[in-house]
Design a binder for this molecule. Structure first.
Ligand code: GDP
Length: 140
């Protein structure tokens, strides 16, 4: 299996409840290394660009409002098969469907306020990392 990098966000519902450390512990416990991390306030433009793939969905406006409702922690995770491993440790989008022990089952408040984002493909990981991080910030 290849060493991969993926992009992760600890969402506002989780930063608001001081869950950054607990979520990082689950990520690291799954074998992922946090090779870059910063706490930011997304602008509306950031959130609209980031979730542009969902712009025709009925929940798009609410999702953007939620993502800018507080600070987020953006991260680059590295490890074997990191994209799939991160998706596994996050769990299903809807916490009601997420497996025991996953981030979303443990911490999410709702299908929208679901505590974490993780890239769904290598192509999107590269795009998302480049949107939020300069190459010089990746020091894995
Ligand atoms: P993910 O890859 O598991 O994050 O899921 P998606 O790419 O399908 O959706 C992106 C994000 O949109 C999710 O993580 C949720 O925060 C939000 N979302 C997804 N489905 C719904 C929904 O039905 N209603 C609302 N309000 N938000 C949703």
């Amino acid at each position: 299996m290849a060493i991969e990098r993926t992009f992760s966000i600890i969402k506002p519902d989780a930063t608001r409840r001081n869950l950054t450390g607990k979520i990082n512990a689950l990520l690291e416990g799954a074998g992922l290394s946090i090779i870059a991390q910063k706490r930011i306030q997304m602008t509306r433009e950031n959130a609209e660009t980031f979730y542009a793939v969902h712009k025709e969905r009925p929940f798009f406006g609410e999702l953007v409002d939620f993502m800018i409702s507080g600070t987020v922690v953006v991260q680059v995770l590295e490890g074997e098969n990191a994209i799939a491993v991160n998706r596994d440790v996050m769990g299903a989008t809807n916490p009601k469907d997420a497996a025991e022990g996953t981030i979303r089952k443990t911490f999410a408040e709702s299908i929208e306020a679901n505590s974490a984002h993780g890239s769904d493909s290598a192509e999107n990981a590269a795009i998302e990392i480049a949107y939020f991080f300069a190459g010089s910030e990746l020091v894995g």
